[in-house]
Ligand binder design. Sequence first.
Ligand code: MIC
Ligand code: SF4
Length: 640
Amino acid sequence: MGRTIAEKIIQDHLLSGEMKPGHEIGLRIDQTLTQDATGTMAYLEFESMGIPRVKTERSVAYIDHNTLQSGFMNADDHRYIQTVAAKHGVWYSRPGNGICHQVHYERFGIPGKTLIGSDSHTPTGGGLGMLAMGAGGMDVAVAMGGGAYYIPMPEMIKVELTGSLRPGVSAKDIILEVLRILSVKGGVGRIVEYGGPGAAALTVPQRCTITNMGAELGATTSIFPSDEMTREFLEAQGRGEDWIPLASDPDAEYAIVISINLDDLCPLAACPHSPDNVKPVSELSQIKVDQVCIGSCTNSSLTDMLKVAELLKGKKIADSVSLSISPGSRQVFSMMAECGALTDLIDAGARILECTCGPCIGMGFSPNSGGVSLRTFNRNFLGRSGTKDGQVYLVSPETAAVSALTGWITDPSGAAGDSVYEVPDKFRVNDSGVIAPLSEEESKDAVVIKGPNIKPFPETHPLEDKIETEVLLKVGDNITTDHIMPAGSRILPYRSNIPHLTQFCFEVVDPTFPERAKAAGSGIIVGGQNYGQGSSREHAALVPLALGIKAVVAKSFARIHAANLVNAGILPLIFENPEDYDLVAQGAGISISDIHKGLEEDRVIMKTEDGREIPLRMELADRQKAMLLAGGLLKYTASR
Ligand code: MIC
Ligand code: SF4
């Protein structure tokens, strides 16, 4: 039987398991990336393993999320990451050098290689033909130490693109269309491969916009072939030698094939508060715009910036609009400066921000109360912008630019399309923002510097045989990690201080939760479908752990979050009958006995105080069961 692109890479990197959908497989990891907001924990975890030097082909530590430095906390984190990276063989991308995913595909990504990153948008690398996946910090630490990365073998699906994009319609609209079709749960347990003549015509930056937002489908990853476009891109980056061709076999099999004719596609927007709440931009023309933000790892390539500059050139943004632009990398920024596009943007009234995540993770630029914010980003979850009643719409750079001019949500159809912009023959290559690690000899005496805000990660505990406690919180479907552990400028500086973070846990859902959890001493959480979707932040497991959460019972889980719970020693349980969700109330006492025996049968019974018996399933690999019994991934790794 023929193989898909992802199956070929998996086969080449398979360390354990059978390539049957749902079965756990262990993969050899060639490259890792971390960013600062998840990186401090990942390197503390790596240090605790006592391995002197990373064993990957390339590991890179980026500083791109927390760069405000209001107070010593961020700067201390940067210093820690820089020194720990230098000592252990990790490349360091300085603050200001760019957003991890953008810089990684420009300078380090290689087709056919495996990459895991402590950030859920790591699949961006799939645009270059990598098997790139988001993971929790502990998993990245283990991979840096040479350990396998484990995932349930995904099912393969294909998106076949025909036709070509019309002017004003862009790669962002393609992925919004896929989100409309599949929803934020549609990619769970799957790898999405793009193919067909429409895919072949997309440039690498356009492909990376699509694979980036595959994270919002819940997909394990998304991938494009490595073809002539890929070769051209790598050559323009001065890395032609990294290219290899990669394509699926003609008889490869897919569980589902979705066809999209690009000729028929129109500009789309994801409306508040979910990336799959997609509508045509033309239906939103009655909505007045307060703010427009252009950038993020989804849409901050040179092409994106040049398109926006061309649309704004010689014009002025509407008086009512505040426009921010964050270029994705220093390469993009310097090339915008060189060709004069930067001047066009400044003259049109844009506020130019650093090459970082910035507003995407609520680090400044929050909208006004109830304000409408058009963003070229990938997530519009409730409260993520920093303004709880902010109305965030996710759109293409074209829609964003045209709407910034009119002050209303405006369909950019007819405006210059992606196809007009080609990848330059040569990118400006200047890697001075990346610092190489010390040699093995030099690193022996190198000192790692830790500031006072860097606290040890919380103690994990071996799984008990009986849990007798209460339902501390009951939530609905599609709860994101932004609900569980919010980010933003108030909170992100404390990403290496779990005790401090506990006060913000579930803040947007129920601000009384942390106090109640502390008073109760232990508890469980009950959730609906797709619990824990969104980011890879292991803080969404470590902070509940620190608050005494022993188990989460849900209708279903997002992949990375479920793995993070197990890594932290928290038991994820699934309602055998989803309707039983209605039988459990917040505040109810519950007990789950014979858990160790239940691990063997993948099933336990939860008894409620009013005498009901609710059957719960487990979807755990044997390795994960052993990990829970040992008290989480680090204890499990140490015990072996
Ligand atoms: C995000 O987009 O939510 C983040 C911030 O990049 C997270 C990582 C984090 O929480 O630090 C992600 O996507 O994994
Ligand atoms: Fe940064 Fe936003 Fe991308 Fe997350 S989604 S990595 S916060 S730009």
